[in-house]
Design a protein around this ligand. Sequence first.
Ligand SMILES: Cc1ncc(COP(=O)(O)O)c(C=O)c1O
Length: 459
Amino acid sequence: MNGFSDADFDFSFLEEGFAARDIVEKKINEVSLSDDKDAFYVADLGDVLKKHLRWTRALPRVTPFYAVKCNDSKAIVMTLAALGAGFDCASKTEIQLVQSIGVPPQKIIYANPCKQVSQIKYAAAHGVQMMTFDSEVELAKVARSHSNAKLVLRIATDDSKAVCRLSVKFGATLKTSRLLLERAKELGVEIIGVSFHVGSGCTDPETYTQAISDARCVFDMGAELGFNMTLLDIGGGFPGAEDAKLKFEEVTTVINLALDKYFPVDLGINVIAEPGRYYVASAYILAVNIIAKKVVLKENDSDEDDGAKEKTLMYYVNDGVYGSFNCIFFDHAHVKPLLHKKSKPDEKLYSCSIWGPTCDGLDRIVELCEMPDLQVGDWMIFENMGAYTVSASSTFNGFQKPDIHYVMSRPAWKLMQQMKEQGSILPVHDLTANTLPVSCAWESGVELPNTACSSAPIV
Ligand SMILES: Cc1ncc(COP(=O)(O)O)c(C=O)c1O
């Protein structure tokens, strides 16, 4: 990967003192006098870099293989490739995407335990060897279709406390793992290690401890059968936003202890993970516009005279659950609207609901919240919208996906270039300590000059 160019995607540098949220303001101001108020994202690639630096500090033994499914935007994949991450691909298309930007096959794990035969053959033809499995049928399919495969046995976890459970569908029990290892021996298939996933949105770090301990058992079974296992893949499940129940470092402290206990460094085991949400959730801000509004009067009213109890408001915005807010259904997300306009301290609040633009009654983003009386043309902002949003959205009813404007500060950009050239992480404290400049503009509601960001020809 030689870098990205603004031909690949809409990218601009953040000028000093400005943050991604300022660019949201700037874009809103730019269209304020027009009718063209489509929903849009601003995505801060510097935030992805910050996450990567935080990862390498907190989990120095674990190489991230970013889970492309979480957000398959080319800008994200290119940024992570430049930072030296590997990739977890679930399908031929994801393999094609990461290989199209020059990621070598050794940096790809085909981490889908149930694969279509033609896609296994595609992986074989394109040099992708690492792949997961959890059943005898898959083992036989791979044995027939990919003679150089390096298989990773996915074990089940107790993900009952995770927001999105995965072990209901994938993962072998310890008992089944022994049978699978025996069968692999008969088939002459190479097993290089063990993987697991604690469930996306993990809320109990001890799940990692139990899974790492179970992986140790499977490594021991493998050794008994003569396999030389060298790879432990601890999957995903890491929090992606600061408001998550569990803090990233709380999870990583527990993981490091378990790794040291069950896979001490001197064993020389290669430890990887498949983080998705962690890398991208907080990088994306979505701005949506109110396209329609309904005032619903309460019928059996009342002698209240302040108006606030007499009506509820329904806001219709230009992205919904068939678009970015598919995360409400597929990722169990609870999204919180922020107002673009500063509300006055004594402004009346009303019970409101927020709806997407399609003709489907299911297309409801927020069932009940308190908001002022907003107008058609006003904006709402949603933060932490980078994970399982753009990658699973549709254009149902003909509503197009929001444009994504990528930004990055110049110091972040320079650091990324250095890391790319030197292939190592440099200690740059001002980027890693969450001290990116806080915007003065959006807090005070002033209009930004057009210099808040400048578009970048990048090489
Ligand atoms: C196999 C696999 N790896 C990694 C991930 C990413 O998980 P997360 O976003 O929780 O890090 C997923 C998510 O579904 C997955 O299925």
